[in-house]
Design a protein around this ligand. Structure first.
Ligand SMILES: NC(=O)c1ccc[n+]([C@@H]2O[C@H](COP(=O)([O-])OP(=O)(O)OC[C@H]3O[C@@H](n4cnc5c(N)ncnc54)[C@H](O)[C@@H]3O)[C@@H](O)[C@H]2O)c1
Length: 318
């Protein structure tokens, strides 16, 4: 049993991970400013403090007399497009890591598990990406994640705190908490909005890629699988950057078709211009996830679509 401090535990991925950690017998304390997360998503067995991780004095007050084995750090802003027009807000992603690393020695923390992102790679020249691929983020959000990873590496050298930086590819599906993203950007959520009538049509960026059906291919993992990877990270020795993907890709039209099959409804869509910088296909290699984390995703497209559809149908019934 570990005593774990989870930041951002009221959000999409954090809330599912918190529940999993508690089910496995760990003790969990959640810090979240509830900017985007929701209090009711936090499992009642967790201790909750409404706190902003960029507020260092508040973090220092919180840390007095407390001890944790691990910090699992989800709290961040995550909209890559927004980061290009609101870089001042997104700097907070870096401040959050710095502040937590500042209090970590007082809390006697030995390990830091960090939500990184495939956005650290930018626009890779290859279709399949391993962790040795160079990192040249093409949006400020990706840069904040890379900066977070670099701060962790320095904290390892200077303070002996080990880290596991998990570079998530695309996360999808519902982890049983009926999560609805208030600012849906992910294709699964956008289709959910369309099927519930909250959005008229799905816009697909580009239909002329060199892929099987012309639409872009991405590597998706179910949020429940992703949450499990964090539990596995707690057992890891040493410090690592690890891709979390499935080594499989699904095209936009494959996802649309799966939603149509599961819902029995047509998904209205229109194909518009490609977005600048969007590669045709992005897929993770998972060798490190398998060998270091002992993790392989178990759920596929069907489960991601079915669970998303269940969550959207449920919330639109209310
Ligand atoms: N969802 C994805 O597809 C994806 C992909 C790659 C990486 N990530 C990373 O995973 C992490 C979790 O993502 P998510 O999808 O659950 O996002 P989310 O927005 O649902 O959750 C983030 C949570 O952090 C909280 N938060 C934000 N800033 C905070 C602050 N300064 N202090 C305290 N709490 C704060 C929010 O209220 C929210 O509850 C983020 O770091 C994100 O960058 C997500």
């Amino acid at each position: 049993m570990k005593n774990i401090l989870v930041t951002g535990g009221a959000g999409y991925i954090g809330s599912v991970t918190v529940r999993g950690l508690l089910n496995s017998g760990h003790k969990v304390t959640v810090l979240d400013n509830l900017y985007k997360g929701r209090r009711e998503l936090i499992d009642k067995r967790a201790v909750f403090h409404k706190l902003d991780v960029i507020n260092l004095p508040a973090l220092e007050r919180f840390s007095r007399g407390k001890k944790f084995d691990v910090i699992v750090h989800f709290a961040a802003l995550k909209d890559a497009g927004e980061s290009m027009v609101r870089s001042d807000w997104y700097q907070d992603n870096i401040t959050g890591v710095m502040n937590l690393l500042k209090i970590a020695p007082k809390l006697k923390v030995k390990q830091f598990v960090f939500s990184s992102s495939a956005a650290v790679y930018g626009e890779p020249g290859t279709r399949v990406i391993d962790e040795d691929h160079s990192c040249h983020p093409t949006n400020f959000y990706g840069y904040t994640k890379l900066a977070g990873e670099e701060l962790l590496e320095w904290a390892r050298k200077l303070k002996g705190i080990e880290y596991v930086a998990l570079r998530y590819f695309n996360v999808a599906g519902d982890g049983g908490l009926n999560y609805i993203d208030p600012k849906a950007r992910n294709i699964f959520n956008v289709i959910g909005e369309v099927l519930c009538g909250r959005k008229k049509v799905l816009e697909i960026f580009g239909g002329d890629y060199h892929t099987k059906d012309g639409t872009g291919i991405r590597d998706y993992i179910h949020v429940t699988d992703l949450a499990k990877a964090h539990e596995k990270a707690l057992k890891v020795k040493g410090s690592h950057f690890i891709n979390l993907g499935s080594e499989k890709g699904y095209s936009v039209l494959e996802i649309v078709k799966e939603f149509e099959r599961v819902s029995g409804e047509k998904v209205p869509y229109k194909i518009i211009k490609r977005r600048a910088g969007d590669p045709a296909s992005l897929i993770a290699t998972s060798a490190k996830a398998k060998s270091i984390l002992k993790w392989v995703p178990k759920l596929g497209l069907r489960e991601m679509v079915e669970s998303t559809w269940r969550a959207y149908r449920k919330t639109s019934e209310v």
